[in-house]
Design a protein around this ligand. Structure first.
Ligand SMILES: Cc1cc2nc3c(=O)[nH]c(=O)nc-3n(C[C@H](O)[C@H](O)[C@H](O)COP(=O)(O)OP(=O)(O)OC[C@H]3O[C@@H](n4cnc5c(N)ncnc54)[C@H](O)[C@@H]3O)c2cc1C
Length: 470
């Protein structure tokens, strides 16, 4: 029987990174993943690589290029004649980007001497026995990184033709004339943006009364305005009553004012959240504890079973690829006897719409709430991209950078950005917060001119009411 120091079940961003880090630390490591490409080959990289982060960003980029060429090039004096959309090529390119990422993980496994099993892994008779493809292997430590699955709306199961999960939403073969989206979260907004840019009339229905409730309210308000200008129709506070499909999809719902409405669309994307995936693991057989469907873990990702750990989407916390990766590295290092730490407060969030939205740390509404209880007093500094020379040169002056700092110590508590390349700019804020930096620290650092990062510096200076450009 083959035996390993660590067996990782799931080869997504949490699992494959955990496997590589454990191998770097000198352990004998195996990783098991069941995902297959259309040709039946291993498709390592998980939801993120196959039907999540990577293909969505590929389509966001392609559709943005189309939108730019159609609507914004002329302003730069670039004339485009006979602009056309080759959707099949756009989807092929996306598939190529995915495949390159799949193959990249396989290459990294070979390089780091991680043994790969292609198939479904499950617990055998004990937590240290893992069954895969008719084989039984033993593990001193097991890391479960089995990710999540899209949640379906009751009565509207995914058929991936008319009613689409994220998988179907990334592979629609022709641009739907009318696209419905249920759920105005990150996935709904990103997918809605892709298909709107390609020509769909997009309506997004959201149950919550507030738009982007997890974001800073000021940023969410700004985002709602910009998306409305772009033509994304977003209805908040709706209650879905019924979804029927024939040749089209009919969504009956109660609007926020209580009136009954029907949305008819050619395709419907349902993006109402994701559920932890523990299917087929034989969790109950070995007594692995679950909590609301997630594998129950402590702050260090230890499950209730000795030597069994769980990371990423299958455990509590934000469902983000980089959070899964951080947990994967930390668990590998803990197994090796080190004492790593993952700080959830400095996990950045990015929504890759245009404009991009990114944040880290506390929102202003959180600080207001906490202020009452714990006396957190804060100061705010913001800088609009309209006052930034690089943004003007780019032709994209939407949005702002907003910094929240402790009123007494000036330590940065949260940074919120909506605007061009927000997803890249947020990295500076994460670094500053990891080093417990103050707004003054950012204000004193030399930022290149002209660069979008100068808006970060100006927002930091604005905390002390001494912004130079706004
Ligand atoms: C459309 C979309 C866009 C997204 N965009 C972003 C983004 O831009 N940024 C971001 O940070 N996050 C994004 N996410 C979220 C991100 O994809 C997840 O947070 C991330 O993939 C979680 O990683 P994981 O390793 O926990 O699990 P997963 O990536 O889900 O990987 C789990 C793997 O385990 C395999 N598996 C499951 N059970 C078994 C078993 N029993 N045996 C063998 N293999 C098994 C699965 O096949 C899968 O390959 C997006 C998600 C979606 C759906």
């Amino acid at each position: 029987m083959k035996s390993f120091d660590v067996v990782v079940i799931g080869g997504g961003p949490g699992g494959y990174v955990a496997a590589i880090r454990a191998a770097q630390l000198g352990m004998q490591v195996a990783c098991i993943d069941e995902a297959k490409s259309a040709e039946g080959k291993p498709a390592l990289g998980g939801t993120c690589t196959n039907v999540g982060c990577i293909p969505s960003k590929a389509l966001l980029q392609s559709s943005e290029n189309y939108e730019q060429a159609g609507h914004h090039f002329a302003e730069h004096g670039v004339q485009v004649k006979g602009l056309g959309l080759d959707l099949a090529q756009m989807l092929r390119r996306k598939d190529k980007v995915v495949k390159a990422s799949n193959d990249g993980v396989l290459y990294l496994f070979r390089k780091n001497k991680v043994t790969f099993f292609h198939g479904r892994g499950s617990f055998g008779k004990s937590p240290s026995e893992i069954l895969v493809g008719g084989e039984s292997i033993t593990a001193k430590n097991v890391i479960i990184a089995t990710g999540s699955n899209p949640r379906a709306l009751p009565g509207a199961e995914f058929d991936e033709k008319l009613i689409l999960s994220n998988s179907g939403a990334l592979a629609i073969p022709e641009v739907p004339r009318r696209l419905g989206v249920i759920g105005a979260g990150v996935i709904g907004l990103e997918m809605g943006s892709v298909w709107r840019r390609l020509g769909s009339d997009v309506t997004i229905l959201e149950a919550l009364p507030a738009f982007l409730g997890a974001a800073d309210e000021q940023i969410a308000r700004e985002a709602a305005k910009v998306f409305a200008r772009q033509g994304l129709k977003i209805e908040l506070g709706v209650k879905i009553a019924k979804v029927d499909k024939n040749k089209t999809v009919m969504v009956q719902y109660a609007a926020s004012d209580g009136s009954s409405k029907t949305l008819e669309c050619d395709r419907l994307i349902v993006s109402i959240g994701r559920s932890a995936n523990t299917e087929g693991l034989n969790a109950e057989g070995v007594g692995l504890k679950l909590e609301r469907g997630f594998i129950a873990v402590d702050g260090d990702c230890r499950s209730n079973l000795p030597g069994v750990w769980a990371i990423g989407d299958v455990v509590r916390g934000p469902m983000l690829a980089h959070k899964a990766e951080e947990e994967g590295v930390a668990v590998a290092e803990r197994i090796a006897g080190q004492k790593p730490h993952v700080d959830f407060n400095t996990v950045p969030w990015v929504i890759y719409t245009t404009p991009e939205i990114a944040w880290v740390g506390k929102t202003e509404q959180q600080l207001k709430g906490e202020g009452l209880a714990s006396g957190v007093d804060y100061r705010v500094g913001s800088a609009p991209f309209a006052a930034n020379a690089r943004a003007r040169a780019l032709g994209d002056t939407t949005g702002l950078v907003k910094i929240l700092a402790d009123a007494k110590t000036d330590i940065i508590l949260g940074v919120h950005i909506i605007g061009p390349f927000a997803g890249e700019l947020i990295a500076e804020a994460v670094v500053a917060m990891e080093f417990r930096g103050s707004a003054e620290d950012i204000g004193m650092i030399c930022h290149a001119h002209p660069s979008l990062s100068e808006a970060m510096k100006d927002a930091a200076l604005a905390v002390d009411k001494r912004a130079l450009n706004s």
